[in-house]
Design a protein around this ligand. Structure first.
Ligand SMILES: Cc1cc2nc3c(=O)[nH]c(=O)nc-3n(C[C@H](O)[C@H](O)[C@H](O)COP(=O)(O)OP(=O)(O)OC[C@H]3O[C@@H](n4cnc5c(N)ncnc54)[C@H](O)[C@@H]3O)c2cc1C
Ligand SMILES: Cc1cc2nc3c(=O)[nH]c(=O)nc-3n(C[C@H](O)[C@H](O)[C@H](O)COP(=O)(O)O)c2cc1C
Length: 598
């Protein structure tokens, strides 16, 4: 029997050969051939198409990219926490530093989580700058297929609260992306709000792929880091040394504090900070309670425990900083029309908030009839304060050293004092302990290469981490050159750790030292002036692969130093302003320009 194969995609020759083959065959042979052909086909497909793996079987799993913008590590830690929780729900998740993210990838994303803090005055953190600008710019792609959510970290005492997170959120919506769960803006006490957002996001993602798991509550806490002591469980560190660093007659008051970490197993690296849970001033607490007309010993419920009101205000609630959200709640409770009016004028309210506390608020806009519990409910948790670590564990083992400047000023005819710095300086008794945790900072680290030169710019307490860097490099016998720019008011009284710096210079560990004492001559001289004077050498060090570090004041010093660096780069490198900017940005991306400013 000859087969007619009119529409077959075969040549005449091939049809003839096929007919010849089939004509001589028994039925069982035809059957065998048909099986052989289908096996042959499957084998061919296996070669041409990707193997069927466990991954492709679970192709319905959502793939989540988690981008973080973080200066001091909070958003980064939460990004890791989200990834851990997502993975326990079978969601593929990868955590990416915004600085390392390729914007072209954006169009390919299925699910995106953006976690970002806000720094400066409503600015993105350094590692988020490029991505932020790309997204705001005209080159940003349409993102109609993308589902996303934003977690923003901030501090409501700043005028531009959580601005960067808000900007990311509105821009992603503008580009057509859809929110999986709404953005959450977190204040200084961010743990609970952040964990709730993580739960909601992971559940929403799990629901989209695996309905059977949708109702599982994610225990975000279960995935937190394993160490015994952390931000939520601080270690009571004993004060071993507390010593004033300034000489007599100084207008500054900076303390060197040594704490014992013995038996805590806490580990830190140079560049990390210590978080300190402080206590409010008991006199201020007493004055406030009296002004409010409460009983000091009145019992108040807090986090399922009962405390005396004075205890709550001493340890757990913020009484010295006013925020706009607090004012709004206060206006509602007090029914004060004048406070309501003030709130309607944005710049007037920002001005009014400066240098005022709860006592001022109650004096000017009295609350009237509220209970102690209602009053406590209005207040934010007393947030921990961060201090750059001034020691290396390689040198001091179970100790951690801090360099703390006390904050004291007069505002609105009343002397005021910083909560944590004056607690550490004045009120902490010898036998008391300081509740601390380590706040790691991956964005402020010595180069891995011990031979790499480093330039450190650290005026005032900004010098703290550089003491840690020097101790570490000394212990490691690192051969890289080290150059410090230090500045303060007066050489005689304010050269912090002078003996150590001069000792390191004599031993050769400190290759160069430049100092700027602003008030020792008529014209103010700051570190940025010294940088400009040394422009050619700085440029040479950069050509030799130097890493640049800046620590200290965020308001004036860091922008002025940045400006000086841009001038040096454009002048010495013969670059335009834009090119110099790109050069500095690239240094930052390569982790060769790192800043820890506050
Ligand atoms: C990553 C990081 C590292 C840090 N490292 C160090 C360090 O090494 N050493 C160090 O000393 N600090 C460091 N700080 C700052 C430190 O965390 C505290 O902010 C600082 O000690 C003040 O805290 P406080 O509780 O004493 O003052 P607060 O009670 O917080 O009061 C400070 C606030 O008072 C207000 N204020 C201050 N002066 C005036 C004025 N003249 N008029 C009106 N209002 C005013 C401002 O609002 C200011 O924010 C660091 C901060 C960060 C984020
Ligand atoms: C120098 C400095 C400036 C800040 N500026 C703002 C701000 O403008 N708006 C805001 O909401 N939060 C601001 N914050 C608060 C941070 O966003 C907040 O501490 C956040 O938890 C930091 O997260 P990160 O460690 O991931 O950077 C600022 C903090 C610092 C130290």
């Amino acid at each position: 029997m000859n087969i007619r194969l009119d529409n077959a995609p075969l040549t005449d020759d091939q049809i003839e050969q096929l007919n010849l083959l089939l004509q001589g065959m028994e039925g069982w042979q035809v059957e065998w051939l048909s099986g052989y052909l289908s096996g042959y086909r499957a084998a061919q497909q296996a070669i041409n198409e990707p193997a069927v793996t466990m991954e492709s079987v679970s192709a319905e799993q959502p793939v989540l990219t988690i981008l973080y913008g973080s200066q001091t590590g909070n958003a980064e830690d939460l990004a890791e926490l989200l990834a851990e929780n997502a993975k326990t729900h079978g969601i593929k998740a990868s955590v990416v530093d915004m600085a390392a993210y390729k914007p072209k990838q954006l169009k390919k994303e299925q699910y995106l989580a953006v976690l970002s803090s806000t720094h400066g005055e409503g600015d993105p953190p350094d590692n988020a700058l490029d991505f932020y600008e790309f997204l705001q710019g005209r080159k940003a792609p349409k993102l109609a297929g993308l589902q996303y959510s934003v977690l923003s970290l901030g501090d409501s005492s700043y005028e531009f609260f959580c601005q960067t997170g808000k900007d990311f959120d509105s821009r992603l919506t503008e580009l057509g992306a859809a929110a999986i769960v709404p953005r959450v803006d977190c204040d200084v006490d961010y743990d609970d709000a952040a964990e709730a957002w993580i739960n909601d996001l992971v559940n929403a993602l799990a629901e989209s792929a695996q309905p059977q798991q949708a109702s599982t509550a994610v225990a975000a806490k279960a995935a937190t880091k394993q160490s015994q002591y952390d931000r939520k469980h601080p270690f009571p560190a004993t004060v071993m040394t507390r010593q004033k660093l300034n000489g007599r007659g100084s207008q500054k008051e900076v303390l060197h504090i040594e704490l014992s970490l013995e038996e805590s197993n806490l580990q830190y690296q140079p560049g990390d900070a210590v978080g300190v849970y402080p206590q409010n001033d008991p006199y201020l607490v007493a004055e406030l309670i009296d002004l409010m007309g409460f009983d000091h010993d009145e019992k108040v419920e807090l986090d399922d425990d009962t405390y005396k009101l004075s205890e709550v205000l001493l340890h757990y609630r913020e009484i010295t900083v006013l925020t706009k959200p607090l004012l709004e709640k206060w206006a509602t409770l007090s029914q004060s029309e004048s406070l309501q009016q003030l709130l309607e004028d944005k710049s007037a309210v920002n001005d009014w908030l400066q240098g005022r506390d709860l006592i001022d608020l109650q004096q000017q806009y009295p609350l009237g009839d509220v209970t102690a519990s209602e009053f406590v409910d209005l207040l934010r948790k007393l947030p921990p304060r961060l201090y750059s670590i001034a020691s290396s564990q390689a040198a001091v083992e179970d100790e951690v050293h801090l360099t703390v400047a006390t904050v004291r000023y007069t505002a609105h005819d009343r002397a005021r004092s910083g909560v944590a710095s004056t607690w550490l300086a004045d009120r902490l008794n010898e036998e008391e302990t300081v509740p601390v945790y380590i706040d790691g900072n991956k964005n402020f680290k010595l180069p891995q290469d011990d031979n790499a030169p480093i330039i450190m710019v650290g005026p005032g307490t900004g010098v703290a981490p550089f003491r840690s860097f020097m101790q570490e490099r000394e212990e490691r016998e690192a051969s890289g050159a080290n150059w410090l720019f230090f500045g303060d008011q007066h050489f005689l009284t304010d050269f912090l750790y002078q003996v150590e710096w001069l000792g390191w210079r004599d031993s050769g560990l400190l290759t160069r030292l430049d100092v700027a004492f602003s008030r020792d001559q008529e014209d103010k001289i700051y570190v940025q002036h010294r940088l400009r004077e040394r422009a050619a050498d700085i440029w040479q060090w950069l050509q030799d692969g130097a890493y640049l570090y800046v620590c200290g004041d965020a308001v004036s010093m860091a922008p002025d130093v940045n400006e000086a660096l841009l001038d040096i780069i454009s002048e010495q490198g013969k670059m335009s302003r834009d090119e110099a900017n790109d050069y500095l940005r690239n240094l930052s991306k390569d982790k060769r320009y790192q800043r820890d400013v506050y």
